[in-house]
Design a protein around this ligand. Structure first.
Ligand SMILES: *[C@@H]1O[C@H](CO)[C@@H](O)[C@H](O)[C@H]1NC(C)=O
Ligand SMILES: *[C@@H]1O[C@H](CO)[C@@H](O)[C@H](O)[C@H]1NC(C)=O
Ligand SMILES: *[C@@H]1O[C@H](CO)[C@@H](O)[C@H](O)[C@H]1NC(C)=O
Ligand SMILES: *[C@@H]1O[C@H](CO)[C@@H](O)[C@H](O)[C@H]1NC(C)=O
Ligand SMILES: *[C@@H]1O[C@H](CO)[C@@H](O)[C@H](O)[C@H]1NC(C)=O
Ligand SMILES: *[C@@H]1O[C@H](CO)[C@@H](O)[C@H](O)[C@H]1NC(C)=O
Ligand SMILES: *[C@@H]1O[C@H](CO)[C@@H](O)[C@H](O)[C@H]1NC(C)=O
Ligand SMILES: *[C@@H]1O[C@H](CO)[C@@H](O)[C@H](O)[C@H]1NC(C)=O
Ligand SMILES: *[C@@H]1O[C@H](CO)[C@@H](O)[C@H](O)[C@H]1NC(C)=O
Ligand SMILES: *[C@@H]1O[C@H](CO)[C@@H](O)[C@H](O)[C@H]1NC(C)=O
Length: 813
């Protein structure tokens, strides 16, 4: 009986302990250990301490049902209770909330000072996470949403102008374990056309462009079913912004992180962690004015980079000084305005009221110190000020700073003044330089092709260029012209797909070397018949792939459709594939550390481009050493992305019942559940990275008996702080050990079991290129630590259960 009695007692005790209400009244204060729980059980309010400073305690609000304690509001962040056992949070007879320490002195208080209705006054924690002081007649006289700390919650309405008396900026924590007021803050500026800023102290750190009509009722959408709506609302002369989420969405919040980044997070109940939905600044040159005056950050590049606005050139070796005009502007009418579309407008504008577009343009034209203008009609907002004016004419009289060209999201036209003589000169320059260059190139191409052909086969009349043979074929409505190649020509080129010509095979089919009639060498990919893809789908994909152009991707040159045959024609790279070097004892010495590091970075950049191209998200699904081709300079080119899955801009992941890929490179979630996302590629990249560093195959027979595969081996050495042992003997003497260890570290981050734990390629590229970037500690990859026979069983099971699955097993060549 004792055994039953004791737990029952504890349970009873816990119930008493946790018994909670959603409100405080003058007669019912809150003491340490007590909690307020909102009516629906969503939020909790109480005393708490942070792990590493348990001597200090605070009153705050957190999610009641989320195991990872997440504070959304703190009352006394700068005046903690220093002995954790005491303190009282009370509603006074003056309708104020007060936090008292054990001696009865006030640490924090509101300042309503309304006595009349005191008897019925209560402080209530609502299900939105808002703590309100409500008078007995139902009026809320104070709310915590008007006094935010670092977190914006759905349904929280924030004034857009810092002139509003309700305006209070969000202020980040000082450090990961220090919730006191930090240096970073976020809010809007005081201009009539407000802009959202993150400040580092008093210096701007990031800026969101001035509002355009396009920003109103913006809907951010993600395929998990999490929706976030942004609404800008006008109340009198003031504008307010509210974020809402649709019913049934996961918990969502925006936090000004102590590092200065704004992170929009959604709670992932599967992995029991917060997923990053968006974050700002999103990349290096996204931060404020990082490209200097008259420079701009081009986010449409695979790796966002600084550039100069048209008509400007770099003022120094880097962009710290920004850009300067190529030709000084003269105030004599020799100028013109050019339209830059898709821009994030610069900071420091002058707002001119009540102008039509033409009047706005005239405003800028008529003053020689005006460098640019931009115009928007905000009529959907209601008028911008009380007078009834919905125009938004912005002009820039001085430098243009913090201009950008975002990859997605809000952008508008920027009209830039340039010297018209410089515009003319540009044309002359084109004629002077480009034309002869083109002519030279043509001559050289002809000579080159001529020589090639002579050596290869019987000449057929004049030397010809490949494109002449291929009938340019317009696919669908897209204006991408990709040549269609005749099937007969391909048969000839590949000796009827002879085995002798075969370069390799993968889950999608076989690849052959071909020599076209004019002598051009190509790689022909013959998709397996049962690929299950219709002609239209195939054409669509070809059009999309043709648009993918990056120096680390193999180029698609043409395609062919003939009855059931679908073929893709790629550039041929003489150095073949990475595996032919890496795993060949007679060639691997050619890959020194510098080339290996270059190859790793190149693959990362290529993948980043596939994943984050402005309009498409391409998931490769079969990244492995044999799909990395090397050009004459040993620069890597990802190939075989021909049958990768291409997604629309918003889709990020999918399920398939057709698992294609290569055992060993496949992420656990993809291999087991057919669930894939860009993070499946990250996983394969991690495997590849470990292979490149170690010179060992993922399932290498050379490993010691104790380890089923390379990942388990790498992890074991990592844990033992013996990572040097993993490095290929051929490079270990000559390489900077720090670089190698860093690579292994990144590799282990990529092969973590949970997709969310793996960093996105943007972070990986950053980590690879910044030796000082801090890396998180990797979690133990458990999945592929399965013993050989377990993995074997699993593979057999997969092969039995899925007929239309194609998995390439790795075999030594
Ligand atoms: C807390 O402090 C301990 C040592 O005092 C330190 O090892 C640990 O990393 C700290 N935790 C965090 C989250 O900073
Ligand atoms: C608040 O008012 C109640 C009666 O309205 C009174 O009993 C109580 O003493 C007052 N409390 C304080 C702190 O003045
Ligand atoms: C509250 O108001 C009363 C009278 O209106 C004033 O005497 C008192 O000082 C005020 N208290 C505070 C804390 O401001
Ligand atoms: C936010 O407000 C809307 C409309 O007022 C309401 O329908 C919704 O339930 C609220 N959301 C939360 C999380 O309270
Ligand atoms: C409630 O009482 C307060 C203070 O007495 C007053 O300002 C407010 O107008 C009242 N609200 C309503 C709805 O009566
Ligand atoms: C923020 O400002 C501080 C001091 O001015 C500086 O040391 C720090 O590097 C800045 N942070 C960033 C991210 O620029
Ligand atoms: C940029 O160039 C300036 C001089 O033009 C130099 O002082 C500065 O260190 C350079 N910054 C970087 C990041 O290279
Ligand atoms: C706006 O400008 C027009 C003429 O351009 C003028 O007639 C009108 O009165 C102005 N409105 C305001 C509110 O200034
Ligand atoms: C703005 O747009 C609205 C609706 O499209 C139109 O009626 C109005 O005339 C426009 N205002 C200006 C200043 O162009
Ligand atoms: C041009 O604009 C500048 C800055 O606003 C102003 O000082 C100057 O008077 C203007 N010049 C003319 C001719 O309007």
């Amino acid at each position: 009986m004792d055994m039953i009695y004791v737990p029952a007692f504890i349970l009873l005790f816990l119930i008493c302990f946790c018994k909670s209400d959603d409100r405080l009244t003058p007669t019912k204060p809150l003491s340490p250990g007590d909690r307020l729980i909102s009516d629906g059980g969503i939020f909790a309010l109480g005393f708490f301490s942070l792990k590493n400073s348990s001597a200090n305690s605070y009153v705050g609000i957190w999610y009641n049902q989320i195991p990872e304690r997440t504070y959304v509001w703190v009352a006394n962040r700068d005046s903690p209770i220093t002995s954790s056992s005491s303190g009282k949070f009370v509603v006074t007879n003056n309708s104020d909330l007060v936090l008292l320490d054990s001696k009865g002195s006030t640490l924090w208080t509101t300042s309503n000072n309304i006595t009349s209705e005191a008897a019925g006054t209560a402080a209530i924690l609502l299900d939105t996470g808002n703590l309100v002081i409500r008078l007995s007649n139902g009026t809320d006289i104070w709310q915590s949403f008007h006094y935010p700390t670092d977190t914006l919650l759905p349904n929280m309405t924030t004034p857009l102008s810092s002139k509003n008396k309700l305006y209070r900026p969000f202020v980040a924590w000082r450090g990961p374990d220090d919730l006191s007021t930090g240096d970073y803050s976020s809010g809007s500026d005081s201009s009539l056309v407000p802009q959202v800023f993150i400040w580092n102290g008093t210096r701007p750190y990031w800026r969101r462009a001035a509002w355009t009509a396009a920003l109103v009722n913006n809907v951010y959408q993600r395929n998990t079913g999490a929706f976030m709506f942004e609404t800008i609302e006008r109340r009198g002369a003031e504008f307010y912004i509210t974020y809402t989420v649709s019913n049934g969405s996961p918990n969502m919040l925006a936090k000004l992180h102590y590092t200065g980044m704004v992170k929009v997070l959604t709670w992932n109940s599967k992995s029991s962690s917060w997923d990053v939905f968006m974050e700002y600044p999103s990349h290096g040159c996204d931060s404020y004015a990082s490209c200097g005056p008259f420079g701009y950050c081009d986010g449409t590049e695979a790796i966002p980079t600084c550039k100069c606005l048209d008509g400007f050139e770099s003022a120094g070796l880097n962009y710290s000084l920004g850009c300067q005009r190529k030709k000084e502007l003269k105030c004599d009418g020799t100028y013109s305005f050019i339209t830059l579309s898709g821009m994030k407008t610069p900071d420091k504008f002058l707002y001119i009221r009540n102008r039509s577009f033409d009047q706005c343009a005239e405003e800028c034209r008529s003053n020689c110190s005006c460098n640019a203008y931009a115009y928007a009609n905000l009529s959907s907002l209601g008028s911008l000020d009380t007078v009834g004016d919905s125009s938004r004419c912005l002009v820039w009289m001085g430098e243009l700073v913090d201009t950008g060209k975002p990859a997605s999201g809000a952008s508008e036209n920027l009209y830039l003044r340039i010297s018209s003589s410089s515009a003319n000169e540009k044309k002359i320059v084109i004629l002077k330089i480009v034309l002869p260059a083109v002519a030279c190139l043509l001559v050289l191409t002809c000579i080159y092709l001529g020589c090639k052909s002579r050596g290869k086969r019987r000449r057929k009349g004049q030397s010809t260029h490949m494109l002449k043979h291929l009938n340019a074929y317009k696919l669908g409505n897209e204006d991408t012209e990709l040549p269609s190649v005749g099937f007969d020509e391909i048969l000839t080129a590949t000796n009827n797909f002879s085995d002798y010509n075969m370069l390799g095979k993968g889950g999608f089919g076989k690849v052959y070397k071909g020599i076209l009639e004019d002598g051009m060498e190509v790689a022909v990919k013959r998709l397996s018949m049962g690929s299950g893809q219709g002609i239209e789908e195939f054409k669509n994909e070809v059009v999309l792939i043709a648009k993918l152009q990056h120096r680390n991707l193999a180029r698609l040159l043409g395609y062919c459709i003939h009855e059931d045959e679908k073929l893709l024609i790629y550039e041929y790279l003489p150095n073949r594939s990475l595996d032919a070097f890496l795993f060949d004892a007679t060639k691997n010495f050619m890959l020194d550390w510098l080339s290996r590091f270059m190859v790793i970075k190149g693959i990362a950049r290529g993948l980043l481009y596939l994943h984050q191209d402005s309009r498409l998200t391409v998931i490769h699904r079969d990244l492995k050493a044999s799909n990395i081709l090397l050009d004459a300079q040993m620069s890597p080119k990802i190939s075989d992305f021909g049958m990768a899955r291409i997604f629309g801009g918003n889709e990020q992941q999918a399920n398939t019942n057709r698992v294609v890929g290569t055992y060993g490179y496949m992420s656990p979630e993809y291999a087991m559940e057919g669930y894939f996302s860009v993070k499946s590629d990250t996983y394969s990249f991690g495997v590849l990275l470990l292979e490149i560093v170690s010179g060992l195959r993922i399932s290498s027979p050379h490993l010691t008996m104790d380890f089923p595969n390379l990942i388990a081996y790498a992890w074991s050495l990592w844990v033992d702080e013996n990572t040097r042992e993993l490095v290929d003997r051929l490079v270990v003497e000559s390489c900077p050990l720090d670089d190698v260890l860093r690579c292994v570290h990144i590799g282990l981050l990529c092969v973590q079991d949970h997709p969310n734990a793996r960093p996105p390629m943007s972070s990986i590229v950053f980590m690879l290129e910044n030796e000082t970037a801090l890396l998180p500690a990797p979690k133990k990859p458990t999945y592929f630590s399965l013993r050989n026979h377990e993995a074997e069983d699993w593979r057999k099971y997969m092969e039995r259960s899925e007929n239309n699955m194609s998995i390439t097993t790795l075999e030594g060549r």
